[in-house]
Design a protein around this ligand. Structure first.
Ligand code: SF4
Length: 423
């Protein structure tokens, strides 16, 4: 039996491509071709680049599977999956070799995601464009992101989120937003990509959350000042007090994501000790509800890092862990909050970078459970989400691949395929 046939045997109720995507995400991919994806700057300034054991982590990209799903490629030299590019980089093949010295089986051909040239260009003042905007998660519809605060205060006492690889990338000098540079960068990006799926703002956390919110407001003012027509915008930030949520809304953000990451109260201090001390679970949930008053139902998102809770030692089975997260998603819906998830990507420089990933049984329970929620609640899917930019979750894939079973309610109405024009 082939790898995909074995998946079908194990999980006959799900399209095999969806579990292949979860499998690729959770354990990453070994690259036979190290120059895959876009190089990006984890800091605003070139000087702030801290030497890494490998530059590989400072590249990102995605591949498209034969069923049309787009998958973020997390690089892991120890992965059982191998990605081989053709010499021109136009095609690639995915192999499976659980034993690095053993035989390798071909899984499927894949198509590498877009390679944008702007990421290696500079503004007229000499700033690399990739220090101003970053292609977001390899999305083929051309989403971009801005990292505002490239430092997380939770690292001081090692209270960072256990799944976060990003905070160990070093520290850089903060820079003020440069309207002229942004205008120039956006024009070059638009010209090349033709469209931008979404514009996300995020960064590290501070215990003073109002201070954390300040650059979001400043940068949004600056990016609005460019006069460029913007795609849907979202701020991924700690849960802010009502007054700060109002500041973000008034600055022009369409959406905010105040992500709980994990649901169960016993899992909070284990997986997200910084967020537990900064605000705590009950206060976080209050701020989420207050943000719905400010932004409106469906305009406030809450992400769950799907699978990380299985490593907390709290749940008896992977299915119990999945049920807990589904309970959290249900609570979100009940309160007008849009629940999202991203598959827990284990490899990397995070504190839990050497843990076993969540078993596929966990995803086989969570993914259809999340889709079923679409039938129970009418909250629309955010305009930030499409089939080409959800490279770390499967909502769009399930709705697209098996609409009879998985495209109920809002999932059936959302234009997953056409929302963001092709880049
Ligand atoms: S808050 Fe958590 S996820 Fe965000 S940068 Fe800090 S450690 Fe990473």
């Amino acid at each position: 039996l082939s790898y995909l046939d074995r998946l079908t045997d194990r999980f006959p109720d799900l399209p095999p491509g969806v579990l292949l995507k979860a499998d690729l995400l959770r354990g990453g991919v070994r690259l036979a071709e190290p120059e895959f994806g876009h190089k990006y700057y984890s800091h605003h300034d070139e000087k702030g680049q801290k030497p890494q054991p490998t530059n590989a982590r400072q590249r990102q990209g995605s591949v498209q599977l034969p069923d049309g799903s787009h998958v973020f490629i997390a690089q892991n030299p120890k992965s059982k999956f191998v990605l081989r590019m053709s010499s021109g980089g136009a095609d690639a093949e995915l192999g499976y070799a659980p034993d690095p010295d053993g035989p390798e089986e071909t899984v499927c051909d894949v198509r590498p995601g877009p390679q944008f040239q702007w990421t290696s260009q500079r503004t007229t003042k000499g700033a690399p464009l990739a220090t101003i905007f970053v292609p977001s998660l390899g999305g083929a519809c051309g989403p971009i992101a801005v990292f505002l605060l490239r430092y997380c205060e939770f690292t001081v006492a090692e209270e960072e989120c256990k799944f976060c690889s990003w905070v160990r990338m070093g520290k850089s000098t903060e820079m003020r937003p440069d309207v002229e540079g942004m205008r120039e960068a956006l024009a070059l990006i638009q010209r090349e990509q033709k469209s931008i799926g979404y514009l996300a703002f995020s960064g590290g956390s501070l215990f003073k959350r109002t201070k954390e919110a300040d650059p979001f407001v400043d940068y949004m003012h600056a990016v609005r000042e460019t006069g460029v027509a913007l795609p849907p915008t979202i701020a991924a930030v700690q849960a802010l007090d009502r007054e700060d949520s109002i500041r973000l809304r008034d600055a022009g953000f369409d959406y905010v994501a105040y992500s709980m990451e994990v649901w169960h109260e016993d899992v909070w201090p284990i997986v997200i000790p910084g967020k537990t001390r900064s605000l705590g679970r009950a206060a976080w949930m209050d701020r989420l509800k207050a943000a719905v008053d400010v932004f409106g139902p469906g305009r406030v998102a809450c992400n769950f890092v799907a699978g990380v809770e299985t490593a907390a030692g709290v749940f008896r089975t992977p299915e119990d862990a999945a049920e807990s997260t589904l309970e959290g998603m249900r609570w979100c819906y009940e309160n007008g909050i849009y629940p999202r998830y991203t598959v827990w990507i284990v490899p990397g420089a995070s504190q839990w970078g050497d843990r076993d990933p969540a078993p596929l049984e966990y995803y086989a329970r969570l993914l259809p459970g999340r889709q079923a929620l679409y039938a129970d609640y009418s909250l629309p899917v955010p305009q930030t989400d499409c089939a080409r930019c959800l490279t770390e979750s499967c909502e769009a894939d399930l709705a697209r691949l098996d609409p009879a079973r998985f495209a109920q309610g809002a999932a059936g109405k959302h234009p997953w395929q056409t929302l963001h024009a092709h880049a």
